[in-house]
Design a binder for this molecule. Structure first.
Ligand SMILES: *Cc1c(COP(=O)(O)O)cnc(C)c1O
Length: 353
């Protein structure tokens, strides 16, 4: 039998892994602990009943773009939406990266930036963050000057560290970077500031958002970018036609009608996060300050892998970052419901004692 071989440049790549285990307390993928309001779910069901199934959906997702644009106070021509922000990132990279081009990341950060860049055929240059995983502008200067990246990624609040980049640092990176700067704000609603105002016609800046986390819609797969209209027009050329199905378009519009409920959920999660961080201070772990809905921590005397397994044995799944470069022994826990957080804390206490 003849086996067809995959692209040479993909042969050494590993897939993206985020192991799912069926346990009672799942705090490993930064999802929202609560579902969206029941009224939203009923409204989506009613929209499903109205779908004209034999016809293609609105290719330019006009109503959805308008709803997102008015949420941010920008023109709809500055919004491009796709199936999760991962597809937004993929479309950006297919359009502006690809073979012969370079993409810069500052590690540790969201693994899919580098992964999708490599899938596009681009070369990835990984810069380092400084102490406390904060941006180091000398390092940024070194990387952009030597690699001349077509796309430079930032992530604020950063996953998996929780660090919020300073506005002055993001402005400095935009000034230094020769190409497009993408600011991934998947956790933007938890942050004290957004890079949205840095997007303009004369700046190659794109701010990426998702419905997966704060909007409690991970199952719906919807994300978007706020970018200059000229950039959105290029993305529209590259993405597959009719990529956003009719149900998703309707669900996105309806979700935005529940903005206050979303903001209330964010407030509750922040309060829970602060409570959990305070409680962790009594345990033998180093905790990294977080501006998101998760907390990175490192057990001081037990290996991260052992603690991860101990938690799993007690029915609590967190993200095991302990084997990742620069994150030896680190684990990342998503803020869940008050009950889930209590069970996590008690289990961690047991594992560490
Ligand atoms: C969770 C996450 C996303 C979300 O991806 P979707 O495809 O929208 O679900 C994007 N970026 C970062 C940094 C994330 O943590």
């Amino acid at each position: 039998m003849t086996r067809v071989s995959i692209r040479d440049d993909l042969r050494a790549l590993e897939g993206y892994h985020s192991p799912q285990v069926d346990v009672a307390v799942r705090l490993n993928t930064n999802e929202a602990p609560d579902e969206p309001p029941v009224e939203f779910r009923e409204a989506v069901a009613a929209e499903v009943a109205r779908v004209t199934w034999n016809r293609y959906p609105d290719r330019s997702a006009t109503a959805l773009r308008e709803a997102i644009a008015s949420l941010h106070g920008v023109d709809p021509s500055m919004i491009f939406a796709a199936n999760g922000s991962n597809e937004v990132l993929q479309t950006i990279l297919l359009t502006f990266a690809g073979p012969g081009r370079t993409v810069a990341t500052f590690e540790p950060t969201y693994q899919l930036h580098a992964h999708i860049a490599r899938l596009s055929g681009a070369t990835v240059v990984e810069g380092e963050r400084g102490d406390g995983f904060v941006l180091d502008l000398d390092e940024v200067r070194r990387v952009v000057d030597s690699a001349n990246p077509s796309v430079t990624f930032l992530c604020s609040p950063n996953n998996p560290t929780g660090v919020v980049d300073a506005e002055s640092d993001v402005r400095a990176v935009i000034d230094m970077a020769p190409g497009l700067v993408v600011v991934d704000e998947a956790y933007g609603q938890f942050s004290s500031w957004t890079a949205q105002s840095l997007v303009s016609d004369d700046a190659a800046v794109a701010v990426v958002r998702t419905f997966s986390k704060t909007w409690s819609m991970a199952a719906g797969r919807l994300g978007y970018v706020i970018a200059p209209a000229w950039m959105v027009a290029e993305l529209d050329k590259v993405v597959l036609p009719y990529h956003l199905d009719a149900v998703k378009q309707a669900a996105g519009v309806l979700a935005i009608g529940y903005l206050d409920e979303m903001n209330a959920r964010v407030e509750r999660i922040v309060a829970e996060r602060d409570r959990l961080v305070a409680a962790l201070a009594d345990l033998p772990v180093d905790v990294f300050p977080s501006g998101a809905n998760f907390v990175l921590f490192r057990p001081r005397a037990t290996s991260g892998r052992t603690v991860w397994q101990g938690l799993l044995d007690r029915g609590v799944l967190v993200r095991d970052c302990s084997g990742w470069p620069r994150l030896a022994d680190c684990l990342r826990v998503t803020i869940g419901t008050p009950d889930e957080n209590r069970i996590f804390h008690e289990s961690l206490q047991e594992v560490l004692s």
